[in-house]
Ligand binder design. Structure first.
Ligand SMILES: [Zn+2]
Length: 264
């Protein structure tokens, strides 16, 4: 059995299809799904999905760095804090820094980075306060992301660097702080040799598997809409890269995810 640790089930791309994709996932041996939030709109939707599919879907709440400008209210942290007390909420996320996309209207490069860092830190503080792990998004922002995570050294903060596509040294800096990484379908792409080399080297209990669906469909389904069932293709490819059998990779990554999100 596998856990898709990162699925955007509330995405409009899945509208009307959630029953079907959950069934497809179960058929593929993906029996649990962490529904990941990007803003204050999909956070409560994730909770509704978790209530509708008990034992299968778990929720996160949080604001993605690309939406850090959309917070119309200053009390977004108290809204998130309230949502986070729901028993189905297992993490704050996804949160982090994204320097890849251009700043939205009204921001310069610098003010946008400052805004993202402020929203990131506020949510890390919240996670420590409510004792939940965090799901971290980083894109073209490695040094700053790691510097901010470093500020929390010695606290109870536990993070997963999701969709990990960087080198083993970057991963080791995260492990040194007690954090984890997770791999998407990117690891199955023929051009992603660096990620594949890194995924072959990393310790077996330091990573999880995920889809980031509806994006990043793994080989051999590239070009189609990604869904939680595709976690299986990524896990099979990882097992091959690491020279281990699929069953042991599935059981080890599942145990890591159960411990990280405190689900059973
Ligand atoms: Zn995501």
């Amino acid at each position: 059995m596998l856990i898709d640790t990162h699925a955007h089930l509330a995405s409009p791309k899945f509208k009307g299809d959630v029953d079907e994709i959950i069934k497809n996932a179960a058929d593929a041996g993906v029996d649990r799904i962490i529904a990941i939030a990007c803003d204050l709109e999909d956070s409560p939707v994730n909770i509704e999905l978790a209530e509708k599919y008990p034992g299968t879907v778990y929720a996160t709440v949080g604001i993605h760095p690309c939406y850090a400008h959309e917070i119309a209210t200053d009390d977004y942290i108290s809204i998130l804090r309230k949502l986070s007390t729901h028993e189905k909420v297992v993490a704050i996320g996804e949160i982090g820094l994204d320097y890849y996309h251009a700043p939205p209207t009204g921001f310069t490069g610098e003010t946008w980075r400052t805004r993202q860092a402020e929203v990131f830190r506020a949510q890390l503080d919240l996670a420590v306060k409510v004792d939940l792990p965090v799901v971290v998004h980083q894109r073209d922002s490695n040094a700053d992301t790691m510097a901010i995570l470093n500020e929390y050294r010695g606290t109870s903060l536990r993070a997963v660097l999701h969709c990990f596509t960087y080198d083993i040294d970057h991963a080791k800096r995260a492990f040194d702080l007690g954090h984890l990484v997770s791999f998407t379908g990117v690891v199955t792409y023929p051009k992603a040799q660096d990620v594949q080399e890194m995924a072959a080297l990393v310790d077996g209990n330091k990573f999880m598997v995920e889809t980031d669906c509806p994006y990043l469909t793994p080989v051999p389904r590239r070009g189609k809409r990604c869904e939680p069932a595709d976690t299986k293709h990524t896990a099979m490819h990882l097992a091959k890269l690491r020279g281990v059998d699929f069953e042991s990779l599935a059981s080890e990554t599942t145990q890591t995810a159960e411990a990280f999100f405190k689900i059973d």
